[in-house]
Design a protein around this ligand. Structure first.
Ligand code: COA
Length: 263
């Protein structure tokens, strides 16, 4: 498989490292396709319960979509630009958003453009004190294309998102935290250990319940509350006949730790 993303797994956690450090881990088509292929593999792998995404090198998480590459597609006309660049990037972030196992971004440096959009799309994000963020697409004369006009406004509110989208200005981890773009800011050296520790806390629980909660929140966020409550009922209906729900309740009654099998 392509070297644009490294994948290593231990203790039920897969770490995906965006790996084009000489290009600040810019997301080219190969990297997006590799991420999509790896997510298919990791979804099917019962030994993997959570995923961490980070960037290689000491500078960047990702400086966004590969400008040199996508500009070629754009030059070939709108249809090619939308097909090869926009839809591919949107598929990648949508897959992350709806992935049935928790994805945690460990934002280790520059997270501009597509790097910021990945941070928006994943379930939980931790930022190093060295992380910097920006929505710089406007400087290229274009709107963001990997969901960046949609998810930030849902996360941070319309006015805060529009200020960042319309100025393209860089902001630091404290602002990202205040806006709800990241969950926590940690010292740089503690970033990966903190992401692992967080993933491990989640992994104690039933993988079926985890998937169910991710699905209910992700689907429910973009519909009315009445429809969202239907999604919630449906998710509970799926969990009700499972061994994991029975085990969770039996363990609580017996005052013993639950052991979930994912069945
Ligand atoms: N696409 C393609 N290549 C990129 C890239 C991107 N988004 N971001 C950085 N690179 C490449 C640079 O071309 C350079 O490669 P080169 O040495 O072969 O020319 C290398 O990564 C290092 O980048 P450089 O610009 O020299 O680093 P810097 O520290 O001076 O600046 C940034 C860092 C992030 C401010 C700057 O790289 C930048 O503005 N990148 C584009 C950010 C962006 O607009 N992203 C949204 C795209 S839609």
């Amino acid at each position: 498989m392509s070297t644009t993303v490294q994948c290593e797994a231990s203790g039920g956690i897969a770490i995906l490292t965006l790996n084009r450090p000489d290009k600040l881990n810019a997301i080219n088509y190969e990297m997006a396709d590799t991420l999509l292929a790896l997510m298919d593999i990791l979804e099917a792998d019962a030994a993997i319960g959570a995923v961490i995404i980070t960037g290689s090198g000491d500078k960047a998480f990702s400086a966004g979509a590969d400008i040199a590459e996508f500009s070629e597609s754009v030059r070939r006309g709108p249809a090619v630009g939308v097909r090869d660049f926009v839809r591919r990037g949107q598929s990648m972030t949508a897959r992350m958003e709806a992935f049935p196992k928790p994805i945690i971004a460990a934002v280790n440096g520059i997270a501009f453009g597509g790097g910021c959009e990945v941070t928006e799309a994943v379930h939980i994000a931790l930022a190093s004190e060295r992380a910097t963020f920006a929505k710089p697409e406007i400087k290229l004369g274009m709107p963001p294309t990997f969901g960046g006009t949609q998810r930030l406004s849902r996360l941070a509110g319309r006015k805060r998102a529009l200020e960042l989208l319309l100025t393209g200005e860089t902001f630091g981890p404290a602002r990202a935290l205040e806006m709800g773009l990241v969950n926590k800011v940690v010292p740089h050296e503690e970033l990966l250990p903190a992401a692992r520790a967080l993933a491990s806390r989640i992994l104690h629980h039933s993988p079926l319940a985890i998937a169910s909660i991710i699905a209910a929140v992700t689907r429910g966020l973009n519909v009315s509350i009445a429809e969202g409550l239907l999604v919630e009922s449906e998710q509970f209906g799926r969990m009700a006949p499972t061994n994991d729900l029975r085990e969770g309740i039996d363990a609580w009654i017996a005052r013993r730790p639950a052991v979930f099998q994912g069945t």
